[in-house]
Design a protein around this ligand. Structure first.
Ligand code: S3P
Length: 439
């Protein structure tokens, strides 16, 4: 599907409630499936990635009932498999485009004696899986990957040993997989990261009756196994990574003022707000009612004219790893150079996002350079019309749409359907704020 985005005729104004957080929704569905009772989950993101997780746990024996489908998200009732464990699925489990589904599921399955094969779409089938399968093998699971270390991955779990895993990259998916395997291992399983990645697993597990130890000074966390997962009810706040596109659009389109309500404000996710503020953007986050252990509130972004280039350091990248494409679009409008350091992980996301951002912004007339793990954007540039491809990557599609709102001519984005992975209503929400997008 092709979308054409035209320069906004006037300011973007209004309030939007972005859909439920993708990372929190995956975890809510997975932990509910592991639990020994019935869980009610509200505000769950209704997107292709979360449907992949719902489909996977259903194949493994959890009962997932959709009680309500609303713009705010899904209300689900999930009956978990508890102490009985998952059943062997009748077929391979297709994780679609979702890295979180594949990687966290491997951790969930590692402690059970069932044989499961995970597959994915062409993008997911290129992404590295050894970072997860190696520590799980060390803990005692039998796991095989393709020769390239990718999907399909077959796993047969069983009795696990606790492990101390020192990760070479900050990855919430790997950290979560190891912790989830640790729930079934004998003893203390410890994960140490080079920098703090998103901590939704650590925050959510206690609601399911599982204690998680943490030593922030060493980026260390642990679980003591074996431990049962109890049933819990919870509500999912809006996704700050989806909000980032709306916020960026408001900072770029003259006269705009937009508020995003009920959005997660977990500090491991809001690095983009600090970067935008350093650039001179008018962004404010006002804490409101928390969603369980997740801080939440409202973000307001006002157009304020001049932005300046900044340095984004490797230490802050995990807190904004999914926002780099849209931050690069903002950077094209800032005076001077914006440099992102330590962004090599972007090469193994849903696409090679470093190269895709370089190519896409170059086609839009911006000055962009990238290396193995850095990206530089030099501005300000008045972006021009271009025909771009999402490369099947939801965050590229939305970042290019934001560029289209301030470009000199129409920006067409081929492969628009990728937005269904995380923000199916993105075009509708932008239109309601005053943007012009056509099919
Ligand atoms: C996610 C973690 C991040 C992020 C991804 C979702 C998660 O990846 O990019 O979109 O839900 O745990 P890392 O594993 O690189 O942290």
């Amino acid at each position: 599907m092709i979308r054409t985005v035209r320069a906004a005729a006037g300011p973007l104004t209004g309030t939007v409630r972005v859909p439920g957080d993708k990372s929190i929704s995956h975890r809510a569905v997975l932990f509910a499936a592991m639990s020994d009772g019935s869980c009610r989950l509200e505000g769950v993101l209704d997107s292709e990635d979360i449907r992949a997780t719902m489909g996977a746990v259903s194949m493994l024996g959890a009962a997932v009932r959709v009680l309500r489908t609303e713009p705010r998200g899904l209300t689900l009732e999930v009956d978990g498999w508890g102490a009985a464990g998952p059943v062997e699925p009748p077929a391979q489990i297709d994780c679609g485009n979702s890295g979180t589904t594949a990687r966290l599921l491997l951790g969930v399955l590692a402690g059970w004696d069932v044989a499961v094969t995970l597959t994915g779409d062409s993008s997911l089938s290129r992404r590295p899986m050894r970072r997860v399968t190696e520590p799980l093998t060390l803990m005692g699971a039998r796991v095989t990957t393709s020769e390239a270390g990718t999907l399909p991955v077959s796993i047969r779990g069983g009795a696990l040993r606790a492990a101390r895993v020192e990760m070479s990259v900050a990855s919430a998916q790997v950290k979560s997989a190891v912790l989830l395997a640790g729930l079934r291992a004998q003893g203390r399983t410890v994960v140490i990261e080079p920098a703090p990645s998103r901590d939704h697993t650590e925050r959510m597990l206690p609601a399911f009756g599982v204690g998680v130890g943490r030593r922030a000074s060493d980026n260390e966390c642990w679980v003591d196994g074996p431990v049962a997962v109890a049933a819990a009810d919870l509500s999912v706040p809006g996704d700050p990574s989806s909000a980032a596109f709306v916020v960026a659009a408001a900072l770029l389109v003259a006269g705009s003022s937009v508020t995003v309500t009920d959005v997660a404000l977990n500090p491991t996710r809001t690095g983009f707000l600090s970067v935008l503020a350093r650039m001179g953007g008018s962004v404010t986050a006002v804490p409101g009612r928390a969603s369980g252990a997740e801080p939440a509130g409202a973000i307001t972004a006002n157009y304020g004219g001049d932005l300046r280039g900044v340095l984004v350091t490797a230490e802050e990248v995990p807190s904004l790893v999914d926002e780099v494409p849209v931050l690069a679009v903002v950077a094209a409008h800032a005076v001077g150079v914006t440099r992102f350091e330590g962004v090599g992980e972007l090469r193994v996301k849903e696409s090679d996002r470093l190269e895709a951002v370089r190519a896409g912004l170059s086609a839009l007339g911006a000055t962009v350079r990238c290396g193995e793990d850095w990206l530089e954007v030099e501005g300000p540039t008045r972006l021009c019309a271009a025909s771009l491809s999402s490369l099947g990557d939801h965050r590229l599609a939305m970042a290019f749409a934001v560029a289209g709102l301030v470009a000199d001519g129409p920006v067409t984005i081929e492969g628009w359907e990728a937005v269904a992975v995380s923000y199916p209503r993105f075009a509708e929400d932008l239109t309601a704020l005053g943007a012009m997008l056509s099919c």
